[in-house]
Design a binder for this molecule. Structure first.
Ligand code: BEZ
Length: 217
């Protein structure tokens, strides 16, 4: 599995919109690649439908979305019909990668150690990779096949990744857009005190590290 900060593999794959090379698919955008155990499975159906509904939220953040499931394109195309019907979607406007031989799942370290398909082959776990416009891995998550992901949380995380990529702040527990941010330990006391909305909380150690400021514009 790629480590944070690694250039994400520029893999080639067949998808429901034709063959892609991952870096070309991303262009100058951020990207999210999320994996699924198999087509025509219930949890995956809810997840792919949820992402289709949230697509404008990803687009507003300049994030391109792509999914992978270890079945082929023909199977994906049939399954998309079910996803649209189940979630009452007009359109399904992001690609699904075909990975019937688990080549991508193996390359990216996404195989589930427990769940197998009907032929006894290991399926892909629920991985999430978020890649920056520099093509480097910014975040990875790995869930077992039996736990569906919270894509509202993933959008929250993208907001934090994008904010902290450009501003000298970190986001605290449960932070959402517009809330105060933590001032980085590397920012001097003098500079921190000039920040809008600056507030520091004294702690028993006497170390002055619990410092908040308004979210930078
Ligand atoms: C599902 O998507 O529902 C699923 C797939 C594999 C194992 C368990 C659940």
């Amino acid at each position: 599995m790629p480590n944070l900060g690694d250039v994400f593999p520029n893999f080639e794959a067949d998808t429901t919109i034709g063959p892609i090379k991952f870096h070309d698919f991303l262009g100058d955008s951020w990207g999210i690649l999320f994996s699924h155990p198999a087509d025509y499975t219930p949890v995956c159906t809810t997840e792919l439908g949820e992402v289709a509904k949230l697509l404008p939220e990803f687009a507003n953040r300049n994030v391109k979305v792509i999914a992978v499931s270890c079945d082929d394109v023909e199977s994906h195309k049939g399954w998309i019909g079910d996803i649209k019907a189940y979630k009452k979607l007009e359109a399904f406007e992001y690609p699904i990668i075909s990975d019937p031989r688990r080549e991508l799942a193996i390359q990216l370290g996404m195989l589930d150690p427990v769940d197998k398909d009907k032929a006894g082959m290991p399926v892909t776990a629920r991985a999430v990779f978020i890649v920056g416009p520099d093509k480097k891995l910014k975040l990875s998550l790995l869930y077992p096949a039996t736990t569906g992901r919270n894509f509202v949380e993933i959008i929250r995380v993208i907001d934090s990744l994008q904010l902290t990529a450009y501003k000298k702040v970190a986001t605290p527990a449960n932070w959402t857009q517009g809330e105060k941010c933590m001032v980085l330990p590397s920012v001097s006391k003098e500079d921190a005190e000039k920040l809008p909305g600056y507030e520091a909380t004294a702690v028993p150690s006497g170390k002055n590290y619990m410092r908040l400021a308004d979210q930078p514009k």
